[in-house]
Design a protein around this ligand. Structure first.
Ligand code: NAD
Ligand code: UDP
Length: 351
């Protein structure tokens, strides 16, 4: 059984990926500062498996700490080595993710996302751990006239958050160029993950107020927010509202396990992969599907376009599908059903 380190594993995507990895026979060490998450997500994962009579005490170990703290990371790697289960790979989710906040405090974003990643890669290198799956983002792409973006599209992020993701990708490319006989690297460029684990035990629970569309729709459905403000009704799209490529978080989680398996079973290499469904959905279409599947009304009003927004962002996901033996399985109905189920069962998140 291979031991892998999951940074940011208490967060939204990390926690869902932990479930998939455990189900696929990986032993996990999770580190998280909980700056944007609750350690309760880890307890819920334990509960989920306990409900199936599986005890995770040896398979899931959580350590509270910050990836910028080199001593902390050294200790994690050293202890795993001492326990005769050295860390063989890292799934690197830890990072700050708000575009809006990154404009307010770009230095914090560069420090946390870039310096944090550099510290992690230095410690990995010193322990001869050279396999990493990095959480990148579709935000790294610049504006394009292509119907969907493929991995060779121009990288030109228009916000500090996206710039930190592009910087870490560049750093990893540099590392690979210098040590191409050793490092196995996959930058997964996520599109728009939504939904939750079907159990309703884990889901998205940001410490701050959410900025993304889906958690806001859930809050309107639950009555926490009066209505949804739709940013623009005159985009050049099917109905004038923004179009995005929404992917179920469990499909996204599965792409990590597939990328990890692929890297571990192949020659050292450097990969950039789009992780989306390849299908676009407008804001109004998403509201309609959410209302239909969950039998509720979502009230909304139109307002000004959000600065920096793009009309359409859709993944060309062919490369990931061909290479990884991965394919998104869940549709928008599943995403809306599971996302609302989590919100209904946990109106205050993990609190
Ligand atoms: P999240 O905020 O729920 O999870 C990130 C986790 O990292 C949190 O638990 C947070 O506490 C932890 N963290 C942050 N800085 C840390 C540090 N210095 N040391 C240790 N832990 C730290 O976000 P998420 O949605 O699960 O996203 C996971 C990753 O994927 C992030 O890197 C994010 O930028 C990236 N991403 C997310 C999306 C999205 O729409 N959710 C899209 C593209 C990329
Ligand atoms: N959006 C909106 N109201 C909101 C949040 C988002 O109309 O309160 C729109 C946004 O303009 C975009 C789509 O919903 O067209 C998805 O936005 P989100 O922030 O979820 O993802 P991103 O734009 O980062 O891909």
């Amino acid at each position: 059984m291979k031991t892998v380190l999951v940074t940011g594993g208490a967060g939204f995507i990390g926690s869902h990926t932990c479930i998939n990895l455990i189900e696929n026979n990986y032993r996990l060490i999770v580190v998280d500062s909980n700056i944007n998450s609750s350690p309760k997500s880890i307890e819920r994962i334990r509960q989920l498996f306990k409900n199936k009579s599986i005890d995770l005490s040896d398979l899931l170990n959580f350590f509270h700490g910050d990836i910028r703290d080199k001593n902390f990371l050294n200790q994690i790697f050293a202890n795993a080595k001492k326990d005769k289960s050295p860390i063989e790979a890292v799934l690197h989710f830890a990072g700050l993710k708000s575009v809006e906040d990154s404009f307010k405090d770009p230095m914090l974003y560069w420090e946390n996302n870039v310096v944090g990643s550099l510290t992690l890669f230095e410690v990995m290198q010193s322990f001869n751990c050279n396999t990493v799956v990095f959480s990148s983002s579709a935000t790294v792409y610049g504006i394009t006239s292509q119907k969907s973006v493929d991995e060779s599209s121009v990288i030109n992020p228009n916000n500090p958050y996206g710039q930190t993701k592009a910087a870490v990708e560049n750093l990893l490319e540099g590392i690979f160029k210098s040590y191409s006989d050793k490092w196995r690297i996959a930058n997964l460029r996520y599109f728009n993950p939504i939904g939750a684990h079907e159990s309703g035990l884990i889901g998205e629970d940001p410490n701050d107020k959410p900025n993304n569309l889906f958690p806001i729709i859930c809050r309107v459905a639950g009555g926490t927010y009066k209505n949804l403000k739709i940013f623009g009704r005159d985009w050049p799209t099917i109905d004038g509202t923004g179009v995005r490529d929404y992917i179920h978080v469990m499909d996204l989680a599965d792409s990590h396990r597939c990328a990890l398996d692929f890297l571990l079973n192949n020659q050292p290499q450097f990969l950039n992969l789009n992780i989306g469904t390849g299908k676009g959905t407008s804001v109004l279409e998403l509201i309609q599907i959410f209302s239909d599947v969950n039998e509720c009304d979502i009230s909304y009003e139109f307002c000004e376009r959000r600065p920096g927004d793009l009309p359409v962002v859709i993944a060309n996901n062919r490369k990931a599908i061909e290479l990884l033996n991965w394919c998104p399985k869940k549709n928008l109905y599943d995403m809306c059903l599971d996302g609302w189920n989590w919100q209904k069962l946990n109106p205050n998140g993990y609190k």
